[in-house]
Design a protein around this ligand. Structure first.
Ligand code: DIR
Ligand code: MN
Ligand code: MN
Ligand code: MN
Length: 289
């Protein structure tokens, strides 16, 4: 079993210190930093049965976070606020997507990730809940979900996603036709009339480890920084962005230079998603292997 990596819980505080809040304010937003989600420690004695019959790690704690976070996101979404939730690992999206979708019933979801995160407690090979959030969110035929950036998919995940018919755009697809064409296809699929609120769940391991090295499960051959920026820019231009998760930045991994590089590139993805102009203008970056 791979040793769990400490430190991903420190991502939000690092990004705050790096200047994320003022960076967003500079774009003209009124920003409220709600601070870290306060979660009361869970007495797992009360859940002995649950914890002893599953190999899923931290299931009780993650369940508690999901419940609380979904209530918070639902509250802000009702107030017509755009929420930006920083992870932590990708298990937080159980809460953010559930909360968002409970208010915006017609929302659609862009899952930008090297991984599918659609294992179930029965198919998981790691026990990590950050490899499972989508399996807890998907209902029926999910024509409102698309993956972008895939390159490390478990056999069971491929089977599940194919059975459900989820649109999946891999790095190979992007290398073949370019990110411009892929973004067009993805948005056409999940938001054909351009009238649905968009939830972006941005796992920074979708990018190549050269761009965002400080993450728990890096996979080589990822999105270039320009491709990542282009995704942000195109979503911003739809005017439909309604909620964002940015997850898996772990400042305890790597040396100082790598941590700063990861924070800087992560911040770019966020501010451009929120409307900051990028150097790309209108031309998508060409496909590169
Ligand atoms: C693997 C890896 N499919 C798992 N997934 C990761 O643990 O289920 N997701 N790293 O972020
Ligand atoms: Mn993920
Ligand atoms: Mn991932
Ligand atoms: Mn490429």
């Amino acid at each position: 079993m791979v040793r769990p990596r400490k430190g991903v819980e420190e991502g939000p505080e690092y990004l705050r210190k790096y200047g994320l809040v003022s960076g967003i304010k500079e774009l003209g937003y009124k920003v409220t930093d709600c601070g870290d989600l306060k979660v009361h420690p869970v007495n797992s004695e009360n859940y002995k049965y649950i914890t002893s019959c599953t190999s899923v790690k931290n299931s009780v704690e993650c369940g508690s976070v999901a419940e609380k976070l979904s209530q918070e996101i639902a509250k802000y979404t009702k107030e017509r606020k755009l929420t930006v939730t920083l992870g932590g690992d990708h298990s937080i999206s159980v809460g953010t997507v559930f909360g968002h979708a409970s208010v915006r019933k017609n929302m659609c979801l862009l899952w930008i990730d090297a991984h599918m995160d659609i294992n179930t407690p029965l198919t998981t090979r790691t026990g990590n809940l950050h490899g499972m959030p989508l399996s807890m969110l998907i209902k029926g035929v999910p024509e409102n979900v698309a993956y972008i950036g895939l390159r490390d998919v478990d056999p069971a995940e491929r089977e599940i996603s194919e059975k459900l018919g989820i649109a999946a755009y891999s790095i190979d697809d992007i290398d073949k036709v370019g990110i411009g064409e892929i973004m067009q296809r993805a948005l056409e699929r999940i938001n054909p009339e351009g009238d649905r609120p968009i939830h972006v769940s941005y796992d920074i391991d979708s990018l190549d480890p050269k761009e965002t090295p400080c993450t728990g499960t890096p996979v080589k051959g990822g999105l270039t920084l320009d491709e990542g920026i282009y995704i942000s820019q195109i979503v911003a231009q739809t005017g439909c962005l309604s909620a964002v998760d940015v997850v898996e930045f772990n400042p305890a991994i790597g040396n100082d230079e790598q941590v700063i590089r990861t924070a800087s590139n992560t911040m770019k993805l966020i501010t451009i998603l929120l409307g900051q102009e990028s150097h790309l203008k209108h031309a998508p970056p060409p496909p590169v292997d």
